[in-house]
Design a protein around this ligand. Structure first.
Ligand SMILES: Cc1ncc(COP(=O)(O)O)c(C=O)c1O
Length: 401
């Protein structure tokens, strides 16, 4: 059955994702089921999206109620879920409490709006250079792609937006980049998820904030993957004690229902986009907003920030305690975890793990990424830890790299 569905997939879908591993039919909690009736523990959560797991009643009820009430309104009109979500995001993003929210549908769109803010600010101040980090991933639409590091993603679409420069995540690199006085802004992922779960050094964000202040430049923090409690705090940058000018969110925000948010925290950034300078048909859609509100309320009511923080620490410790000779490093924060192997075997580990009933992912050829639902229990995490030595040894012994 599964192969027939996959053949139909290949026949009808554009081949940008290659052949998917399987066809999923349903999910509940941290488990998903494929078209052949096999069950998997989902430790990837739709790539850091399904924060409340699958088929969570709070999301199901919120979405159902909203679909039966008002599915779409356009931005000629406001809706109550949209307004309530704006207020809720203002509260959880922090800063001075004066944040302003633009809602869209995805991470790349959230970054498009952030890039427009930085570019327009630069045009107004006469600064035209934009900084991003080596190995950054900010999305696939042409603006966000211009900020994304990997040449293979960008080169087929050249020329992209010019005057973007990728720097090492060091204070020295920041000093050098800001020296000419022409920087309009800088984009930073507090933890680079796609690059392999690599955190920027603790003083990087604070120094970037200082230089942005001194140079009238904007600090944009991409929390698309790290935000919404994944790291045990609402936002990964909260630990650094800086207030960015712009924060972008998506992925877990809607718990699986597509939604993105661009949040301005400084009065300068909030004033850049004037009426008519940006827009969207679906952004702020009341169904997506209702889902996001359900996610935020459930994270709060179920104490999932603390849970992610404590479980993440315990889990990383227990994986380290395996003392597996092929594990070079276990890193991350909360429930965003990278397991770096001593050879590029992560792709094989994904395959073997799937045969063993676990969905994981290779963030890079040598790094396994875990980004499970925040509702994962300690017992479920332990089940994966117990299976990991066998998954690793089979990944090293079976087949070609
Ligand atoms: C840090 C970061 N920014 C932006 C994006 C793009 O988000 P989307 O795929 O929703 O466009 C991603 C997706 O992986 C991401 O990890």
């Amino acid at each position: 059955m599964d192969s027939n569905w996959l053949a139909r997939y290949e026949e009808s879908m554009l081949g940008v994702f290659g052949t998917p591993a399987m066809v999923l039919t349903r999910g509940e909690g941290v488990y998903v089921e494929d078209a052949d009736g096999n069950t998997y523990m989902d430790l990837l959560g739709g790539i850091a999206v399904n924060a409340l797991g699958h088929a969570h009643p709070a999301i199901a009820q919120a979405v159902e109620k909203q679909v039966r009430t008002l599915v779409h309104a356009s931005n000629f009109f406001a809706t109550m879920p949209q307004i309530e979500l704006g207020e809720a995001l203002r509260e959880i993003v922090g800063g001075s409490g004066q944040a302003k929210v633009f809602l869209s549908n995805s991470g790349t769109e959230a970054n498009e709006a952030a890039l427009k803010i930085v570019k327009a600010h630069g045009n107004a101040t006469g600064k035209n250079r934009i900084l991003a980090l080596k190995n950054a991933f900010h999305g696939r639409s042409l603006g966000a792609l211009s900020l994304t590091y990997k040449p293979a993603y960008r080169e087929p679409f050249a020329p992209l937006i010019s005057n973007i420069e990728w720097i090492e995540p060091t204070t020295i690199a920041l000093d050098e980049a800001f020296a000419a006085g022409d920087v309009a802004g800088i984009f930073v992922e507090p933890i680079q998820g796609e690059a392999g779960v690599i955190e920027v050094p603790p003083n990087f964000l604070t120094w970037a904030r200082t230089l942005c202040d001194q140079n009238d430049a904007l600090l944009a923090v991409d929390e698309v993957q790290t935000g919404m409690g994944r790291t045990g705090q609402w936002m990964a940058h909260h630990g650094a004690g800086v207030v960015p000018d712009v924060v972008t969110l998506a992925k877990a925000l809607g718990g699986g229902v597509p939604i993105g948010a661009t949040i301005t925290l400084s009065s300068v950034a909030s004033a850049v986009l004037k009426p008519g300078m940006h827009g969207t048909t679906f952004g702020g859609n009341p169904v997506a907003a209702a889902a996001a509100l359900a996610v935020i309320r459930t994270i709060k009511s179920d104490g999932l920030l603390e849970h992610a923080r404590i479980l993440g620490d315990q889990w990383m410790d227990s994986i380290r305690a395996l003392k597996n000779p092929h594990i070079k490093q276990v890193r991350g924060r909360g429930l965003l975890i990278g397991i770096e192997l001593d050879e590029p075997r992560a792709g094989m580990a994904v395959k073997v793990a799937q045969e063993s009933g676990f969905i994981i992912n290779a963030a890079n050829p040598a790094t396994i990424r875990l980004a499970p639902p925040l509702i994962l229990t300690g017992e479920q995490a332990d089940a994966f830890t117990a299976a990991l030595p066998d998954i690793i040894s089979r990944s090293y012994s079976e087949g070609e790299l």
